[in-house]
Design a protein around this ligand. Structure first.
Ligand code: PLP
Length: 280
């Protein structure tokens, strides 16, 4: 089940091409995207996703997304959705065609959440740490590297996931060369110790997560301590719980990291999932 909407709100055939061969998003990954979760017809964190998309376009010197057009297109795909209760909605904006007038290409595509993501959400997963080769401070020193932008150039992130699979794991926690925790290829890392939640700072050149933000909002309201701070990878091995948060995976437990079995965080996972759900 897939539903495609164009930015004027019209529904298009998801199996018919809408991207020209000379589109720079296709040719160079020159564009940005967001993936929004909708449950029972309601998109989650659409405002924060559009804010982040605007931040990404500004980092890429692209025109800001037309918020009203994306909101309308999200509404249109949800109206036509006949699949399951959960929908992964991709919002895409590219630099448009090569040599064109700079008009961006945009569309919104709704798909089912992959069964693998649902299974990992329920059962947890094994992850490995991989060095991203990026030291703290590089994001500010070299803005052209677009660290922390959600650009369409995710081939590196996908390659890291294939490396994890080669090593018998399902996910990746990127680190700096000196072992500071960054993020997953498509998720935010959250560490739990007692009733304290910690996530690494965006200043390290990582994407600010909308799911982590929603979880922290709920946790803070429920009396938990929330911290945005550097995490050394050795702290993850000793933590009460390590989680990957993203719109599609919600809160997913890491049960094994670099082959080491972590503390049983099943109960913590249930608590964090309930906190996150309480936002909706
Ligand atoms: N970090 C990266 C690199 C991502 O690609 C994503 C989402 O795909 C996230 C974090 C999680 O963001 P969100 O919770 O807003 O989905």
């Amino acid at each position: 089940m897939r539903v495609l909407a164009l930015l004027d709100g019209t529904i298009a055939d998801p199996e018919a091409p809408v991207i020209r061969a000379d589109d720079l998003g296709l040719q160079r990954g020159d564009g940005v995207f967001e993936t929004v979760l909708a449950v029972d017809g309601k998109p989650r964190e659409l405002g924060p996703h559009l804010d982040r998309m605007t931040r990404s376009t500004s980092m890429l010197d692209l025109p800001a997304p037309d918020r009203a057009a994306y909101e309308r297109a999200v509404g249109a795909v949800l109206e036509h959705w006949r699949g399951g209760r959960e929908v992964a909605i991709k919002l895409v904006l590219t630099r448009g065609v090569d040599g064109g007038d700079g008009t961006p290409t945009g569309f919104v595509l709704a798909s089912e959440v992959a069964p693998k993501a649902l299974a990992q959400r329920a059962d947890g997963l094994a992850a490995i740490t991989l060095d991203r080769g990026v030291e703290p401070g590089l994001a500010d020193r070299a803005p052209w590297l677009l660290l922390g932008a959600k650009s369409l150039s995710y081939a590196v992130n996908m390659a890291a996931l294939r490396e994890a699979e080669r090593q018998g794991a399902a996910e990746v926690v990127f680190t700096t060369p000196s072992g500071s925790v960054l993020e997953g290829p498509t998720s935010t890392v959250v560490m739990a110790n007692g009733k304290t939640l910690v996530t690494p700072p965006d200043a390290l050149g990582i994407l600010p997560g909308t799911t982590q933000a929603a979880l922290f909002r709920a946790a803070s309201r429920a009396g938990w301590t929330i911290e945005v701070a550097r995490i050394d990878v050795t702290e993850l091995y000793a933590a009460d719980g390590v989680f990957l948060a993203s719109s599609v995976r919600r809160i997913t437990r890491v049960h094994t990291l670099d082959g080491k079995v972590l503390a049983d965080s099943t109960e913590l996972h249930a608590q964090l999932s309930a906190l996150y759900e309480s936002e909706y």
